[in-house]
Design a protein around this ligand. Structure first.
Ligand code: UGA
Length: 435
């Protein structure tokens, strides 16, 4: 089967590359001619482990191609995936669907034979049905069905998440569409991936409810970790102790500086808006959103406290700027709140990130970007670990101590052990663990 994927952002590019790896003929479409030229030349616009290999292999095999020409891409395609961006709309926080609707208009004109039109982007409940209306209005003779097939992949482990998902969710309402979607995910039958067929609205809501639940889970453990600090308990053991209960689950119970990225902040806001509009506000999600915003600022307070209550005139070494490791994504990264807050309070920042500095520089021009993690520590009054890149997990601690002006380490990801840090003579602050 041939597939067209509209939008070569994160979701579109990964889905397109993975479907071609499964053996389908995939054409990825984007209106950004520069991006398409880059992709044709084998240059991947995002940093995602393994993606370049997958794109190269399938392009060479002739199963994956890139074009700006949607009509050409749709010739003979059994399914068209809409994977364009749905950014937060300025003002009300709702998802901006203008790109999705524009794609629907164009698709409508090009439908010749029966086609399944699939929304892969994260779209608010009701969007699938609206897209169907747009297509029907623009081309009443079009033979098509709508499907919603949300994506659950994580940046940094996107290929593995796509190839070995916990589940596939498909909202569609005709047997014909179900048959097409079943064929697309047939390669996952072998690993017995559960495939859940639902209505369009249910599928759309599953995506938002999943992300909101995970955001809530992270915020819960962040608050528990603050409580651990006050009562002398250890959050790592609490996470393990509660996570072993199968009803709770052990994942997403790591305390941190607050969640960031292109999904949780945007999707929790959009769900909040949908719920309010439907007169069924979800107060737990609303509380999560405001707590997470406050948490990022609180991290600057924590750093100040470790520096005797004042960062004015002090140099702070920061390791990690992206919202999480293995990505160059800076969207809603905690560093974008913590660092400006420290600068406002009069600190000087020397920072390192393995891949995020170019993007970080656009948002935070007033910091010293270092080529090497150790360079950040030269003459610094404290070291702060903001993102848990692997390359920060085994620092030469003797060297760190020598380079820092004062042996103060604030670890916002709990990647070091308090006893080990004490042995090296560090004044070590982490999240929710006794020193
Ligand atoms: C998230 C979801 O995990 C994916 O399932 C979903 O498909 C994706 O959003 C999306 O909607 O497209 P992603 O944003 O790539 O994926 O990153 P996560 O690994 O979920 O991390 C999100 C944030 O939570 C990061 O800032 C991370 O540091 C933080 N986090 C995560 C914690 O603070 N603690 C944890 O235990 C886990």
């Amino acid at each position: 089967m041939k597939i067209a994927v509209i939008g070569t952002g994160y979701v579109g590019l990964v889905s397109g590359a993975c479907f071609s790896e499964f053996g389908f003929d995939v054409v990825c479409v984007d209106q950004d001619a520069g991006k398409i030229e880059q992709l044709k030349a084998g240059k991947i616009p995002i940093y995602e482990p393994e993606l370049d290999t997958l794109v190269k292999r399938n392009t060479e095999r002739g199963r994956l191609s890139f074009t700006t020409d949607l009509p050409e891409a749709m010739v003979g395609a059994g399914a068209v995936f809409i994977a364009v961006g749905t950014p937060s709309r300025r003002g009300d926080g709702h998802a901006d669907l203008s790109y999705v609707y524009a794609a629907a208009e164009t698709i409508a004109k090009e439908i010749k034979d029966y086609t399944v039109v699939v929304t892969k982007s994260t779209v608010p409940v009701g969007t699938g049905r609206k897209v169907a209306e747009i297509i029907r209005k623009a081309n009443p003779a079009a033979k098509f069905d709508m499907a919603s097939n949300p994506e659950f992949l994580r940046e940094g482990s996107a290929i593995g998440d796509f190839m070995r998902p916990d589940r596939v969710v498909i909202g569609c309402e005709t047997e014909e569409a179900r048959a097409v979607m079943r064929q697309l995910y047939r390669p996952l039958f072998l690993i017995e991936t559960p495939i859940l067929f639902t209505s369009l609205e249910t599928s759309e809501l599953i995506k938002y409810a999943s992300n909101a639940f995970l955001a809530l889970k992270i915020s819960f453990i962040n608050q528990i970790s603050d409580l651990c600090d006050q009562v002398g308990a250890n959050v790592t053991d609490v996470s393990r102790g509660i996570g072993l209960d199968g009803r709770i689950g052990s994942k997403f119970l790591h305390p941190g500086p607050g969640y960031g990225g292109s999904c949780f902040p945007k999707d929790t806001l959009a769900l909040m808006k949908t719920a309010r509009d439907a007169h069924a506000p979800i107060s737990l999600v609303e509380a999560t959103v405001s707590y997470n915003d406050a948490r990022k600022v609180q991290m600057a307070d924590r750093i100040s406290t470790a520096l005797n209550g004042d960062v004015k005139g002090k140099t702070v070494a920061v390791l990690g700027l992206t919202f999480k490791p293995n990505t160059d994504d800076m969207r809603d990264a905690p560093s974008l709140v913590i660092i400006p807050e420290l600068l406002k309070r009069g600190a000087k920042i020397q920072a390192h990130d393995p891949v995020g500095t170019e993007e970080a520089r656009k948002h935070m021009p007033d910091i010293d970007y270092c080529e090497d993690p150790y360079q950040t520590m030269v003459g610094a009054d404290a070291l702060v670990i903001v993102t848990e890149w692997n390359s920060y997990r085994a620092l030469d601690l003797a060297k760190v101590k020598k380079l820092l002006k004062a042996p103060i380490v604030i670890d916002l990801r709990n990647i070091y052990r308090p006893d080990e840090m004490a042995q090296f003579g560090f004044n070590y602050t982490s999240l929710g663990r006794p020193r």
